[in-house]
Design a protein around this ligand. Structure first.
Ligand code: SF4
Length: 348
């Protein structure tokens, strides 16, 4: 077993230290947000889907770096992270990495309290493989699903048969783990959210995250075709949720500027998690792992305008994707009035 009990105080102080610096989350913390840093571990670069909106921009480069990680590299990342609350195995498709059951078991031995996997779910349509992961210690599964029928999902993933396997995986997993989903919202599936959320409600999904497509990698090249207007996303989700009620799992909308989401209840919008990952970096002939947070991976790809300074979300907001602005401009992205924070004096 790893040194479990001694790590928790470090995690606490590390989190507090992080969060007392100018906080990128201030004002964006709905009740369900867990601001403790979550470790994301990249398990490889290959994938058995071929999504039209994939945000990977340099799969070959990632294959060289991430794909050549040794088991010892991965174990050292798990051992070095001071906060043992949550670890998530992710990108490319983690179930293609034969080390995955060992990684989950190792994370459990190091004392991680919640062990999660982000996957397209296809391999989990095999109950025996799912059982291996659950036996190793998996307790939270986030399955990527992008449409409520085979035509839409298989079209967006460009993988015939993917929908049937992914839905089978959701059904297999529901009795054994906490079950979340992640859906990339594009122009093609925005108007067809209702059937998707109905399917997810039926198979026992406990939380559905709707991520608006990030215009980077392949998605940047097809931004005109893929990117919906943020205000359309907000209005459509509000209307679908009002119509579905409890037939839908709880929904959370991500990757939309807060100024475009005023139609949504606070519990549905904002920042869901704070995650960090460590990538191997080649530097002057030596290799080392460096921390990549959102600012580092998305910095330079987002823009603000002068009017943003008057917005109540200005401190927290990372800005709007520059590629989005090239397609849709600032229409519908107006500063939100600041709430009054002082004292009101009255006289009679
Ligand atoms: S700071 Fe600008 S982009 Fe961000 S939420 Fe406010 S108006 Fe929108």
């Amino acid at each position: 077993m790893g040194p479990r009990s001694t790590r928790e105080p470090r995690c606490y102080h590390w989190s507090v230290l992080r969060l007392t610096q100018p906080s990128p989350w201030e004002g964006l913390a709905p009740p369900r947000t867990n601001l403790a840093p979550r470790l994301h571990v990249n398990t490889g670069a290959s994938c058995n889907n071929n999504c039209v909106f994939c945000a990977e921009d340099d799969r070959e480069g990632r294959t060289r770096l991430v794909g050549s990680q040794s088991p010892d590299d991965l174990r050292r990342i798990l051992a070095a992270f001071p906060c043992r609350e949550h670890v998530c195995f992710t990108t490319g498709e983690p179930t293609l990495n034969p080390l995955l059951p060992w990684l989950i078991r190792t994370a459990r031995e190091y004392g991680y309290q919640e062990i999660a996997l982000i996957t397209n779910g296809r391999r989990l349509s095999d109950p025996a493989y799912l059982a291996r992961l659950v036996d190793a210690g998996l307790d939270l599964l986030t399955v990527s699903i992008h449409g409520g029928d085979a035509r839409l999902h298989d079209g967006l993933t460009r993988t015939p048969g993917a929908f049937a396997q992914t839905v089978r995986a959701l059904r297999n997993a529901a009795p054994w783990v906490r079950l979340h989903t992640s859906t990339v919202i594009t122009q093609r599936n925005l108007r067809r959210l209702r059937p998707l959320l109905t399917v997810l409600g039926r198979v026992g999904v406990q939380q559905a995250v709707l991520n608006v497509v990030k215009p980077r990698g392949r998605a940047a090249q097809r931004a005109e075709m893929l990117l919906p207007r943020y205000r359309d996303v907000s209005l459509t989700v509000a209307s679908v949720l009002a119509g579905l009620g409890r037939a839908s799992p709880p929904v959370f909308v991500e990757d939309v500027p807060m100024c475009a989401t005023e139609d949504l209840p606070d519990v549905v919008r904002g920042v869901l998690e704070h995650n960090l990952r460590f990538d191997r970096v080649e530097h002057e002939g030596s290799r080392r792992y460096e921390e990549f947070d959102r600012a580092r991976t998305e910095g330079g790809l987002r823009t603000k305008r002068a009017a943003c300074a008057a917005c109540r979300y200005d401190t927290a907001c990372p800005g709007v994707w520059t590629r989005y602005l090239e397609v849709h401009g600032w229409d519908g992205l107006d500063p939100v009035e600041r709430r009054y924070a002082g004292t009101v004096e009255t006289s009679f």
